[in-house]
Design a protein around this ligand. Sequence first.
Ligand code: UGA
Length: 424
Amino acid sequence: MANIGVIGTGYVGLTTSVCFSKIGHKVVGFDIDKEKIHRLNSGKSIIFEEGLEDLLQEGLNSNNLFFTDDALKLKDCDFYFLCVPTPQDKDGSADLSYIFNACVILRKVAKKNASIVTKSTVPVNAWREISNYLNRSDLVIVSNPEFLREGTAINDFFNPDRIVVGSSEKLKSIEVLELYKNKVASFVITDNTSAELIKYASNSFLAMKLSFVNDITSLCEKVGANSKDVLLGFGQDKRIGDKFIKPGPGWGGSCFPKDVKALLRVSEKNSQSMELLVATVSSNEKTFARVVDKLEILLGGSLVDKKIAGLGLSFKAGTDDYRDSPAIAIIDRIVGRGAQVSAFDPVVEIKEKFNFSKSLNLIEALQDSDAIVILTEWNEFSSLDPNFVAKFVRQKIILDARNILDKDTWERSGFKFESLGNWA
Ligand code: UGA
């Protein structure tokens, strides 16, 4: 079993730490945030992710895992996984300052001949800059992008479609691959630059697929087709695939928006036009606007002074993450057209001030509303009983922007009901 240091204990770093410790490796999770370290060492997760807290406690109890803010505790590791954030910079490119700060630490403490593994999503050819910052010829960089989805990250770690490792030294890549002890997943062993590009190409393609799906869904409304059937027929062609084709209020989250923009920056810098990517972003913006237009039409043409119950704030179900959430983008536009929004989400805890009010519970959000809009596909919302909901609202109007409700059931209870693309 290997000694692994994980730098950064956010969603990627924490998942990586607990999963490697479950496999049996000795893992040290490092973070500069003392409070986080304290919480993690007492067995409390800092993010909402199914199964993570159990694995965290299991790792701590087995002594395979501990967290520290003392960089010297990293000195005996053979592998250092860089899992710090790479947020979007003002110009759309990825901000690598957290990565470079981590390099400064590793330059001093990393064990001789260790591998520095980049798991954070970094721009194509960032490994060269990382190498410069490390400034130690004995350390080899292995690019090993993560493909974890929030909400299913633990399952994705143990059952990935593929593991990608890229380095200038094939043996070092193989060593990293072997840490996963996965005999089933496909793997790609390549160079650093290609591994970095695989990550951006994957997320950008998925975003493009969703923009296309959402445009087709809207076209279904115009031509009178049923998007559920259209997408079923389309996805059954194995070359297209039936995964990741669920229409929604637009795509968002901490990865797609930032990664698509970062790939666009890379393409611009390299004079490579990627028109599909430009269209992917603008189509998504139009999807947000379309949801608001539909709501406006449902309410007779104006949102001014209407009270809207916004159900869901996270960018998808299964996570408390609301970074770049379509729900918030849409609520913002609804407020921009003169309505008041009371939003409810079963797990999100809002830290910033927004232009809507966050209700403590579902009933508070529904109370006296002129319309309801479903923005996140939480089970709490798909199991809503229209007769119960009807007791609190002012007008029986509902827009299901996640296509999770049954039209007939809601219409039978007297609701004016709309989904996306004549789905129901
Ligand atoms: C995404 C990728 O799916 C992961 O493979 C990748 O590792 C991760 O980014 C990352 O770069 O770290 P995630 O951001 O957790 O994962 O979210 P997804 O499940 O991909 O969903 C992204 C957005 O697409 C959400 O807003 C979701 O609601 C939307 N979506 C997804 C749809 O509207 N329809 C679908 O069929 C699927």
